[in-house]
Design a protein around this ligand. Structure first.
Ligand code: CAA
Length: 379
C-alpha cells in the first residue's frame, strides 16, 4: 500500500489546479448568477485533455487511469463544480460507456469529437417517473428493422442543451422488463428531438440541465450500444464508474470550502485574536480535515480498484455516499466559520454549500447508494 501520488499523478494535480485557479476562478460567481457556462471554457477543457482523460490516445484521449481522473475532478471541483459536472458526465458516463461497450465505428465517430471539446455528451436515464426507480423506463425505442423509433421524455439532463450527442435509455421489449431496455446514441438536431425547459437550480447553476423530448425520432440500428436489451446493464455499469467521479466532485467541493475556511480563520480577528486561535474554530477545522481525508481515501480506493480491474461497485457506492455527506457537512461548517461573510456570494462558500447538495442526489441518491452497498454485503 502506497499513499503517495506518483510523479504523473502530481503532474495531473498541478495542471488541474492551475487551470482551475487561472481560468475558472475569475468568472465563477458570474456564471453561477447568470446560469451560463462559456463554450470557450469547454473547448479549453477539451484542449487540455480534461474531457477525455480515460479515453485511449487512438481516439484522441489522454489514456490515463481513473486515479488521474479523480485527482483532476477534485482540483476543478474546489473552484467550479459546474465545470466539473460537465467534465464528469462527458468522461465517466458518455466517453467511458462508448469506449467500454461501443463498436469500433462508434468509438471512431464519437470519441474523437467528445475528446476535443468541440462536442460534449449527455446521459439520459432519468424520466419524470423514473429517477431512483430506473428500471421503470417509459421512453420507448420501437424496433423498425433498420432503425428504432424513439418516443418519450427525459428529465434533469446535465448538458441537455449544450451536448451534441446523447446516450438515451429506452424500452424496446416491455415484456422483458429491464432486460428489454436499449441504449441508443442520439445526435442533436435529429428531427423530433426537442430540447425542453431549462431547470433553475439551487446549485451547479452554470451547467445546463434540461428536459429532453423525443417524438418519433429515427435512430439508426448501428447507433445501439451492445446487444439488444443491454441498455439497463449498460446504465448500471457506467454509473458504477460515474459514482467515483461524483464522489471526487464532492471531495473537491469539501476541500475547496475547507481551504477557504482555513485561510479565513487565520485572517479574521475577533476578541483581539485570529478566530483560528479560538478552540471553537480549531475543532471545526480539525473535524473538517479529518472527514475530508477519510473521504479521499475512499475515493482513491474506489478508483484504484477500478484501475486494477477488480470489483468496485461497493467501493464506488461507499465513496459517493460518504464523500457527498462530507461535502454537505463541511460546506455548512465553512459558512459557519465565515459567519456573515459566508452567507454572501463574494466569499464562495455559500455557492459551494449549494453545489454540495446535488452530490447526495444525482448518479444515485444517498439512499440508493445504501441499497447498493447493502445488496453487495448480503449477496
Ligand atoms: N452494477 C451493475 N449491475 C447492477 C447494479 C450495479 N450497481 N445494480 C443493479 N444491477 C443490475 C442487477 O444485477 C440486475 O441485473 P440482472 O437482472 O441481470 O440480474 C438489474 O441491474 C436490475 O437490478 P435489480 O433487480 O436490483 O433492480 P431494482 O429495480 O431492484 O434496483 C436500482 C435497481 C439499483 C435501484 C437502479 O434502478 C438504480 O441504480 N437506480 C438509481 C439510478 C441512478 O443512479 N440514476 C442516476 C441518473 S444519471 C445522472 O444523474 C447523470 C447526471 O446527469 C449527472
Amino acid at each position: 500500500m502506497d499513499f503517495n501520488l506518483s510523479e504523473e499523478h502530481e503532474a495531473v494535480q498541478f495542471a488541474a489546479r492551475d487551470f482551475a485557479q487561472n481560468e475558472l476562478l475569475s468568472g465563477v460567481i458570474e456564471r453561477d448568477n447568470e446560469q451560463k457556462f462559456d463554450p470557450a471554457l469547454i473547448r479549453k477543457m477539451g484542449e487540455l485533455g480534461f474531457l477525455s482523460m480515460m479515453v485511449r490516445p487512438e481516439y484522441g484521449g489522454g489514456g490515463m487511469d481513473t486515479l488521474s481522473y479523480v485527482i483532476a475532478m477534485e482540483e476543478i471541483s474546489k473552484i467550479d463544480a459546474s465545470a466539473s459536472v460537465i467534465m464528469s458526465v462527458n468522461n465517466s458516463l458518455v466517453c467511458w460507456g462508448i469506449q467500454a461497450y461501443g463498436t469500433e465505428e462508434q468509438k471512431k465517430k464519437y470519441l474523437t469529437q467528445l475528446s476535443s471539446g468541440n462536442m460534449i455528451g449527455a446521459f439520459c436515464l432519468s424520466e419524470p417517473e423514473a429517477g431512483s426507480d430506473a428500471t421503470s423506463q417509459h421512453t420507448t425505442a420501437e424496433d423498425k428493422g433498420d432503425h428504432y423509433l424513439l418516443n418519450g421524455t427525459k428529465n434533469w439532463i446535465t448538458n441537455g442543451n449544450s451536448s451534441g450527442v446523447c446516450l438515451v435509455m429506452a424500452q424496446t421489449h416491455p415484456e422483458k422488463a429491464h432486460k428489454g431496455i436499449n441504449v441508443l446514441i442520439v445526435e442533436k438536431g435529429a428531427p423530433g428531438f426537442i430540447v425542453g425547459k431549462k431547470e433553475d437550480k439551487m446549485g451547479i447553476r452554470a451547467s445546463d440541465t434540461h428536459t429532453l423530448m423525443f417524438s418519433d425520432v429515427k435512430v439508426p440500428k448501428e447507433n445501439r450500444i451492445g446487444d439488444d436489451g443491454f441498455g439497463f446493464k449498460f446504465a448500471m455499469n457506467v454509473l458504477n464508474g460515474g459514482r467515483i467521479g461524483i464522489a471526487a466532485q464532492a471531495l473537491g467541493i469539501a476541500s475547496g470550502a475547507f481551504e477557504l475556511s482555513l485561510k479565513y480563520a487565520q485572517e479574521r480577528k475577533t476578541f483581539g485574536k485570529p478566530i483560528s486561535d479560538h478552540q471553537a474554530i480549531q475543532f471545526k477545522l480539525a473535524e473538517m480535515a479529518t472527514k475530508i481525508e477519510a473521504a479521499r481515501l475512499l475515493v482513491y480506493k474506489a478508483a484504484r480498484l477500478k484501475d486494477q480491474g477488480k470489483d468496485y461497485i461497493q467501493a464506488a457506492a461507499m465513496a459517493k455516499l460518504y464523500a457527498s455527506d462530507v461535502a454537505m457537512w463541511v460546506t455548512t461548517e465553512a459558512v459557519q466559520v465565515h459567519g456573515g461573510y459566508g452567507y454572501v456570494k463574494e466569499f464562495h462558500v455559500e455557492r459551494l454549500m449549494r453545489d454540495a447538495k446535488i452530490t447526495q442526489i444525482y448518479e444515485g441518491t444517498s439512499e440508493i447508494q445504501k441499497l447498493v452497498i447493502a445488496r453487495e454485503l448480503l449477496k
